[in-house]
Design a protein around this ligand. Structure first.
Ligand SMILES: NC(=O)c1ccc[n+]([C@@H]2O[C@H](COP(=O)([O-])OP(=O)(O)OC[C@H]3O[C@@H](n4cnc5c(N)ncnc54)[C@H](OP(=O)(O)O)[C@@H]3O)[C@@H](O)[C@H]2O)c1
Length: 308
């Protein structure tokens, strides 16, 4: 019988070391405590694109950082004004200016841009400035080398469901970062979902599974909806059924900590319909295809940095 997976899932609980089910009051007190802890800090988001923008919007919406203490950057100067208006924070294309006096720097540029940006900002950094990078494929040691001194660095790999507070982020710390830096990063990513601390050797795997994963899940979801259309359902109904079913199945795994194989067995009545569907999935090699997709994405995650 497959083992229950609850301990691993609980380890990724939004609130480290606490039971997962909090009362509403306790949850809001925890969010308030987190907000208070970070709100005195100054944040610079370098590269407020898709992912940087998602994170920044969430921080501002939840009051994690005071807008007065936040500066964001983009590459194209003409985007700065409209984005600043939209977010209500200072936006510039001057990275050096943005990081001056910052307590935390969130690097949201593409992996290939990291070296140039670090070279640009390194002279402005204080010894206590925390650098958090979400760039795929870029090791903490690479960030440290390009910063040229003992700056605390945290490497993170979030995903886009962070936009609706359902993100999953893997984090690990560099050579000069302590548990307190990891804790700050954890709080920043807990604000948009769940966070798990992993060894750096597993960061490409996190990229291949949970950062690329939403794209794989959307394809599965779209296929289920398409199947619903094939068996006569209107498309909007089919999409709702498929999406809520996937969300429901994922929620059961997260809330019970039960192994997915056991949960699958509980849906599968002897000689019923589900087992006929499972037979088709096995014949179509769904499992091996998904495993291969994650393996490929993981190995690709190790290559991005070296491309121009
Ligand atoms: N998208 C995901 O699902 C995902 C998931 C996990 C991690 N990541 C990581 O997140 C990072 C950003 O990805 P993304 O999808 O958000 O890309 P994106 O939308 O292209 O955002 C990149 C941002 O960086 C800005 N930029 C480029 N060069 C810059 C420079 N020299 N100085 C300041 N800003 C600069 C761009 O400005 P302009 O807008 O002016 O061009 C843009 O706003 C990547 O490292 C990626 O590996 C992404």
């Amino acid at each position: 019988m497959p083992p229950a997976i609850a301990p691993v899932i609980r380890a990724a609980s939004p609130i480290a070391g606490r039971p997962q089910r909090l009362t509403r009051r306790a949850a809001s007190e925890t969010i308030l405590a987190m907000a208070n802890k970070l709100s005195g800090k100054t944040l610079a988001v370098l590269g407020a694109g898709k992912l940087g923008g998602i994170l920044l919007r969430a921080y501002l919406k939840q009051g994690l950082f005071s807008p007065k203490r936040v500066t964001a950057t983009v590459k194209h100067a003409e985007k700065a004004g409209p984005l600043s208006k939209q977010l209500g924070v200072a936006v510039t294309n001057d990275n050096r200016k943005a990081v001056k006096g910052a307590d935390i720097i969130l690097l949201g540029v593409k992996p290939q841009m990291i070296a140039d940006v670090l070279k640009e900002i390194a002279p402005q950094l204080g010894p206590k400035t925390l650098v958090i990078s979400v760039a795929a494929s870029v090791p903490a040691s690479y960030l440290e080398q390009h910063l040229g001194r003992k700056v605390p660095v945290v490497r993170a790999m979030p995903n886009t469901p962070a936009a609706v507070g359902c993100g999953m982020t893997g984090i690990c710390r560099g050579a000069h970062a302590g548990p307190e830096h990891l804790e700050i990063a954890r709080e920043m990513f807990d604000a948009v979902g769940r966070t798990v601390v992993v060894d750096e050797k597993n960061m490409d795997a996190v990229t291949g599974l949970s950062a690329s994963g939403p794209a794989f899940a959307y394809i599965i979801l779209e296929s289920l909806a398409e199947a619903g259309v094939k068996v006569g359902l209107p498309r909007d109904v089919a999409t709702l059924l498929a999406a809520q079913t996937m969300k429901g199945a994922a929620s059961v795994v997260l809330e019970t900590g039960d192994h997915p194989a056991l949960l699958k067995d509980s849906v599968t009545t002897p000689a019923g319909c589900t087992i006929d569907g499972i037979l088709e999935l096995e014949e179509g090699k769904l499992r091996v295809t998904l495993i291969k997709a994650v393996v490929k994405a993981t190995s690709r995650a190790g290559e991005l940095l070296f491309e121009k």
